[in-house]
Design a protein around this ligand. Structure first.
Ligand code: XS6
Ligand code: ZN
Length: 675
């Protein structure tokens, strides 16, 4: 199914620059594009993409978003003198014009449209357009923030008009608020706009009241505009991931877009002089991965900002490599979210709970005046504390270059009983070497007491050989059909705990005995979904998730996935994920596919799936997910069952003292005992 990734770039878009002195604009340089493209070429990523030519957006395309008067005005800029250009520029904020910028702006918007065409016609699965000028600040009749035409807004209207796309999700991970996109779709429920942005209580550009969390959209579009204001600089990977897990992803799954557009600005990465945030470039691999199972994988990323000429190309490469289907790297230095991030998250969740059933249970809005005052006080305090300490400017920050992501030549190995066909793209696997006699006798003693079953022994030894090859990164993922799922799980876990250096996350779907006794040292972490109350005691590394209504409540399961499993998984940071489907779990194939897909963001994609021999209908969907295909859409989700939400929430509250990524409000910080 995997269909390739488009890369849209044209050097022509480097042919304009600031022609006079303007400190506000000097960071927007042609090199932003050249370094990004060169990094893609040098890393070999460019040649793995399908290169699509740019085109000029037509007047009709541009008029989808902009006014005729504005278009006519911009049309005159190629013929203006330097003095005229300067004067023309003055009517807008933080933008500059150049004789060639109109041409480039048409190419930038056209590039976004070429990308939409390639994805919507099925020529590629997804793609990225590297463009200048950016788009998300430009408004119906105004340029702003280096932007001339609103590339992504035009692309969204175009997709709706040309392809009859019903719902478009726009994720704006740039560090500035794309007010132009917000204004374009404010009253439109068919376009969900999500933006996080440096805000600092309106002290940061563009200083708009309507960038705050309480601008939710208007009329029919109420609820379809989601603003996450960052009120402090220095946000890190954990802050970004928290917002994805506890806000964007549940809402996006409920919305169920037909197309995902990303305002892919990388001024939200470390080292950026504008953003002053501290997220590492590899976080973009995760942000991308987490969106890739929406809309059947139809994702178009269009460059916006990004001004640090080191972290920008690194972040672009992380994004494109993930679009190509390579597993994301282990997320480095993942701390829990900071207090200010939690305050923002809390405010947004409370404000939107009336619009989204996945947020219905969110906590009440905090007394915001108080929290603002408190923050101001804290800021003052910090200033006094910081005195004497050496303040590094954002650009002087140093961070390690993301290590090269090597994908093993074998993506997915399967261990199947004789007679079961190997799915396309997978590789049959049998252990070639005999296990050492000690291991064999251990296996026999522990797992094969009753029968001297040579088939079972050979399957178990293949599984052991497979996880060893996964640990050595010779094989990425695996799928095994086994006779006794419980026993195979025990066997793999016991071997991993004894012989592997990596932590193992076991996600078990369905009732059945699981190795809850091997979790004390934290080398194994078991999360088990089951229909019945567990007999085992919940502890830090063994978490039974009891689904009262079984697995029929799809929204409830998805909720558990985003509010518990993913944050736990990210914080635990395993080297191997063992995903176990107990017989008769009853989880639908499509939900299972999403689970499989999302968990591959962990452990560098090292996922071993164990299923029962009989579950043949699940083999295809599981294999395709392990191979990196997008899961099929779940449809718009209904509200999860209230009793389900209640039990998940009480579990989350119990666990959040141990697991910081489970927090959703600042009040929850450091306290987990009040529930
Ligand atoms: C100088 C202030 C410059 C201009 C911001 C333009 C933002 C463009 C962008 N320190 N203010 N948008 O990246 O996403
Ligand atoms: Zn920006």
């Amino acid at each position: 199914m995997k269909m390739g990734t488009a890369l849209i770039y044209d050097e022509e878009m480097t042919n304009y620059k600031l022609l006079w002195v303007d400190p506000a604009c000097k960071i927007e340089v042609p090199e932003r594009l050249t370094v990004s493209h060169e990094a893609l070429v040098k890393s070999g990523l460019a040649e793995r993409c399908i290169s699509i030519p740019v085109r000029e957006a037509t007047d009709a395309d541009i008029l989808l978003v902009h006014s005729e008067e504005y278009l006519d005005a911009v049309k005159k800029t190629p013929y203006m003198t330097l003095e005229d250009l300067k004067e023309f520029t003055l009517q807008y904020g933080d933008v500059y014009f150049h004789p060639n910028i109109f041409h480039c702006a048409k190419l930038a918007a056209g590039a976004a449209l070429q990308l939409v065409d390639s994805v919507m016609t099925g020529k590629v699965r997804n793609g990225m357009a590297l463009v200048r000028p950016p788009g998300h600040h430009s408004m119906r009749s105004a340029a702003s923030g280096f932007c001339v035409f609103n590339n992504v807004a035009i692309a969204a209207r175009y997709a709706k008009q040309k392809y009859g796309v019903k719902r478009v999700l726009i994720v704006d991970w740039d560090i500035h608020h794309g007010q132009g996109v917000q204004y374009s779709f404010e009253d439109d429920p068919s376009v969900l706009y999500f933006s996080w942005h440096r805000f600092e209580h309106q002290k940061f550009w563009p200083h708009l009241r309507e960038s705050d969390f309480d601008s939710v959209g208007k009329d029919k579009g109420a609820g379809f505009n989601i603003n996450v204001p960052w009120n402090k600089v220095g946000m890190q990977n954990g802050d970004y991931l928290s917002v994805f897990c506890h806000l964007l992803l549940p809402v996006a799954y409920e919305f169920c877009p037909d197309l995902v557009l990303v305002c892919a600005g990388f001024d939200s990465a470390i080292g950026d002089p504008e953003g002053e945030m501290c997220a590492s470039p590899d976080i973009f691999a995760h942000l991308t991965h987490l969106l890739m199972n929406l809309a059947g994988g139809k994702l178009c990323a269009v460059l916006e900002g990004g001004y640090n000429l080191t972290s920008l190309p690194q972040s672009v490469c992380q994004t494109v490599q993930t679009l190509l289907g390579d597993p994301a790297p282990r997320p480095a230095n993942l701390n829990g979210p900071c207090k200010s991030a939690l305050e923002s998250l809390h405010c947004v969740r409370s404000t939107h709970r009336q619009y989204w059933s996945c947020l219905k249970h969110a906590a009440d809005l905090p007394a915001c005046d108080i929290s603002t005052k408190r923050m101001k006080l804290a800021e003052e305090e910090e200033k006094t504390q910081d005195k004497g300490e050496e303040e590094k400017s954002a650009e002087e920050k140093v961070w390690p270059e993301p290590p090269k992501r090597v994908t093993p030549t074998i993506r997915t190995a399967v261990v199947f009983p004789d007679g079961v066909a190997c799915p396309d793209g997978c590789k049959p696997f049998r252990s070639t070497e005999d296990l050492d006699p000690l291991t064999v006798s251990k296996l026999k003693e522990n797992f094969l007491k009753d029968a001297d079953d040579s088939d079972a022994l050979s399957t178990l030894s293949s599984l052991i050989a497979l996880v060893e090859k996964m640990e050595k990164n010779e094989i990425c993922s695996g799928l095994a059909l086994v006779h006794d799922v419980s026993m195979a799980t025990m066997c793999v876990v016991q071997h991993a705990a004894a012989a592997l250096t990596n932590r193992v996350l076991v996600v078990c779907v369905g009732d059945g005995k699981v190795p809850s006794h091997v979790t004390e040292d934290g080398k194994t972490f078991v999360v088990q979904f089951s229909n019945k109350e567990s007999e085992e005691q919940e502890c830090k590394y063994y978490i039974p998730v009891h689904l009262k209504k079984g697995f029929s409540d799809v929204s409830g399961f998805i909720q558990a996935l985003f509010s518990l499993v993913l944050p736990l998984g990210y914080e635990y940071d395993p080297g191997l994920v063992l995903l176990v489907r107990m017989p008769d779990s009853g989880l639908s194939e499509s939900v299972w596919q999403h689970l499989t897909g999302l968990l591959q963001g962990l452990a560098q994609g090292h996922t071993l799936v164990l299923m029962q021999e009989g579950e043949k209908s699940c083999v295809g969907p599981t294999a395709s997910s392990l191979l990196g295909d997008a899961a099929s859409s779940l449809g718009q989700l209904l509200a999860p069952q209230p009793e389900h939400v209640e039990s998940l929430e009480s579990l989350r509250h119990r666990l959040k003292a141990d697991w910081k990524l489970l927090q959703t409000t600042a009040e929850e910080m450091g306290r987990g005992d009040e529930f």
